[in-house]
Ligand binder design. Structure first.
Ligand SMILES: [Zn+2]
Length: 346
C-alpha cells in the first residue's frame, strides 16, 4: 500500500451516499501500476497484467485513485467513483470462480419470512451460478439477475430465469410482486447504487424483504493492515458501514433492521493467509512471486499452500482476530412513505 502525506480535501467531491462535501484529507492513494500489480503481477501472467494496466488506466485519467472518507456519514469510496466495468470483470473472472456457500446465505435462509413462506417469489441480484437460489425451497418461484452471459447460461440450465439487468422488460413486468430480493456482496462494486436500490424497491411487494450483505468498511481497513494486501478499486469502490448503508436505503424509501455481522470462522484464517501471499506476490523477489512464475498449476498450487503456511508465522501475533468475519447483513422493507423519486441528489 502506498501512503502519501495527507493532501488537501477537495470540496468539489461529494459523498455518493449523503452528498456532503468531503473535508477529510485523503490518506490512501493507489496508482494504476499498483492496482495492476495487485490484481495480477507480470510474473504471474504478463498479458493479463497488461490488460489490467490498460483497463484501469482508462478508468483513472489522473493515473491514481484516492480513497476518500465522508466525515458526515462515514461512507468511504474510491475517487474517481467508478466501479469495475465489463472489461475489468472479464479480465478478473478469468482467474476467479464463484464461492459454493457462504455465511450470508445461511442468515438469509434463517430470516423469519424465508422460513415461514415457502411459495413466494424471489430474486437474487448478482446470482452467480445460483447457489443460493438452489437452496430456497422448491415452492419458491426463482428469478436471477446476472451480468455474465456465460453464467446466465448456467442458471438457465438449472431452470432459473436469468436476466442481464434490472431493466429487463420481462423483469419489469413483475414490479411490486417480489417477496424476497437478495444482493449478496454486490453493493460494494456498484457506483450507481441509488438507481439500483430504487429499482429494487419498485420490484418488492408491500411487506417484501430486501436482504443485503456487503464487506464492512472497518473490517476492510483491518484486513489491509493485517495482510498488507490493499483492497484496491475498481473491484470494491464502496466501503460501507451499517449506518451509511441504512442511510442509502432510507433515502430510497427502504427501512433497514439492525445489522447482523459475519461470525468468526476458521476459513477466515486461510483467507488472511491467502491475502498475505497475494500481497507478497507484488514484490518480484518474494517467494510468492517465484512460485507464481511456475506455469504448471499442479506444482504451483501446493507450493502456494506452503507459502501460506510460512506466512502464518508472521500473522500468529494477531491471534483470534484472524478468525473475524469481514462483512455484515441488513434486511430492509419498503417504508409506507417510500415512493419513486424519494432520492435526493443534492
Ligand atoms: Zn456521506
Amino acid at each position: 500500500m502506498r501512503s502519501f502525506e495527507p493532501v488537501s480535501p477537495n470540496a468539489d467531491v461529494r459523498c455518493p451516499v449523503c452528498h456532503a462535501a468531503c473535508h477529510t484529507p485523503v490518506r490512501t492513494i493507489y496508482t494504476v501500476e499498483r492496482a495492476a500489480l495487485h490484481y495480477c503481477p507480470p510474473w504471474r501472467d504478463r498479458d493479463r497484467h497488461q490488460q489490467f494496466l490498460d483497463c484501469i488506466g482508462k478508468m483513472w485519467p489522473e493515473g491514481v485513485v484516492r480513497i476518500r472518507v465522508c466525515d458526515s456519514c462515514g461512507f468511504s469510496f474510491g475517487d474517481p467513483f467508478l466501479g469495475g466495468n465489463e472489461e475489468f470483470y472479464r479480465i478478473l473472472h478469468g482467474q476467479m470462480g464463484y464461492p459454493p456457500w457462504r455465511w450470508d446465505y445461511d442468515v438469509a435462509l434463517a430470516h423469519p419470512l424465508v422460513k415461514t413462506l415457502n411459495n413466494g417469489r424471489a430474486l437474487d441480484i448478482g446470482a452467480g451460478s445460483g447457489n443460493f437460489l438452489e437452496k430456497l425451497g422448491s415452492g419458491w418461484e426463482k428469478h436471477s439477475v446476472e451480468s455474465s452471459e456465460v453464467t446466465r447460461g448456467v442458471l438457465a440450465k438449472k431452470g432459473i430465469p436469468a436476466h442481464a439487468s434490472l431493466d429487463d422488460p420481462e423483469l419489469l413486468k413483475l414490479r411490486g410482486t417480489f417477496d424476497l430480493i437478495t444482493m449478496f456482496q454486490v453493493l460494494e462494486h456498484v457506483a450507481e447504487f441509488y438507481p439500483l436500490l430504487d429499482n429494487v424497491r419498485k420490484l418488492l411487494k408491500p411487506g417484501g424483504i430486501l436482504f443485503i450483505t456487503v464487506p464492512d468498511g472497518d473490517a476492510m481497513v483491518e484486513q489491509e493492515r493485517i495482510t498488507g494486501c490493499p483492497d484496491v478499486p475498481p473491484n470494491h469502490i464502496n466501503r460501507w458501514s451499517p449506518e451509511s448503508l441504512a442511510l442509502a436505503l432510507e433515502k430510497t424509501g427502504l427501512r433497514a433492521t439492525a445489522p447482523t455481522y459475519e461470525p468468526p470462522a476458521w476459513s477466515k484464517v486461510s483467507q488472511h493467509l491467502y491475502l498475505t501471499v497475494i500481497a507478497d506476490a507484488a514484490s518480484p523477489t518474494s517467494l510468492a512471486a517465484q512460485i507464481y512464475r511456475i506455469r504448471q498449476k499442479s506444482i504451483r498450487a501446493p507450493l502456494l499452500r506452503i507459502a501460506g503456511a510460512i506466512a502464518a508465522f508472521r500473522l500468529v501475533k494477531y491471534g483470534s482476530r484472524l478468525r473475524n468475519g469481514g462483512a455484515f447483513a441488513l434486511a430492509a422493507t419498503a417504508t409506507p412513505e417510500g415512493k419513486p423519486g424519494a432520492i435526493s441528489t443534492q
